[in-house]
Unconditional design. Sequence first.
Length: 501
Amino acid sequence: MRSLTSRVLTSLVWVFTNIAAKNLVQFARNVILWMLLSRREFGLQGMVWIAINGATLLQDLGFQAELVRRKQRIQEAISVTWYANVAIRAVIFVGLFFAAPLFAMHMGEPQIERLLQVASITIVLGAFGSANEAMLRKNFQFKRLLVVETVENVTMTVAQIALAWLGLGVWSLIYGTIVSSLARSICLWWLAPIRLGRFDWGLAKEMLHFGKHMTLSTLGLWLIKNMDYYFVGRYLGAAALGVYILAFKLSEMIAINVVRNLASVFYPAFSEVAQDIDRVRGAWLRALRYSLLVVLPMGVSLMIFSSEVIRTFYPGQEVAIWPMTILLLFSLCRAVGTPVGDLAKAIGKPAYLTRAVEAHVIVMAPALYLLTSNWQSGLESGLVWVSVVVALCPFIGLGVSLHYTSRDVRFTSKQVIGALLPSVGAGIFMAAATMLLKWAWWSLFPGAPPIAVLIVLGSASCVLYVLGLILFFPSVAAEVKQLLRRPRAEKAPESASVTPP
């Protein structure tokens, strides 16, 4: 059997392929849809998903996370996870359907009622593949997950663009999401079929004991991820929410498509060695270092070129430039916070996530309310200050989670700084050199189109980051090179040892 490190590295190859494909498809979809739809239509969809995401807080109760980390009675746990998800989500769908008129009245947008009732179907559709997806992650089958997510993204892209082109407006976003949810569940059953048995109430209670803290932290995470949408939509309006969603989604390509996909590999890896504190500590510090080596240059580059990205692909939406730039700090904070959360779950301490989320929400909620409910100074400045609050508050929760987790895993602040230093150091070098090149570029070519800056200087920034890593942290660069060779080196002896029957 291949080593854990080798399995993780092989999985990361497929994860990075998934990240590249997902970002490309989603970016192209958003660019085209912003040509066909208005800010208000995106804002209406955003309001609908506030309600749906809030209603689905209890859709899992931590069963999936517990299934991934579980080492006994796996088959029975699969059945419990599947039945629980389907039953809970069916109840949520019914409740949300009848609550839609009240939510539409509260937001002051009557059109939301019908949109929400129809979009809620995705809640039920997503339940049917929940246990299948958990088993793929548990068994490091990320190549199959790549296929699933590619099918989902391509289906959504084709459906939404086609329906928007036919003139369905905001309904194109709703119908496209429903079709893609159905395609995802079908694909999961095709690539990861499971056998369902009876529902074991005793095992369900055992799994729920772990899941209760997961549910509390999920509640807090929903508040964190949606309260800004709520306050912007409620007090600044649907058009303002549409602009804010654009800025957030562009910055979120790192937080969601990169960090979350990396976490899908790290969590089962941490779970496998969770009983050995020394080993899990080393695994976490390496995961933190290598994930930041990838995520930080992406975030810094997007900050530097946010103006060029908006002006090239979203002309007329320049109001989103500064919010996007600021919100990228949120993504970079999640790049550190997500591995910490995965570590807490893997060692069986999800309560630490709850405490971190509580601290985050206690500060963020009143700040956003006071800011948006009294704002009268214009759309752009309002969105900038909302972005500042959203970008800075996560560091509070990060500090809390690091404090509690360090007591169990016994890592020090010096070790954490050592894990972060290579990416931060190389990132500072890249940022300084790229800004200098950008200044020289605009001095020499003041009339050049923004797309030229993205192509030429964007490529240069990647080279500068690698150069900074080699110059200032040569041992880390050599270690990365060695790790990339390891899966091939381990695979070769295995292949050589197999004899034909």
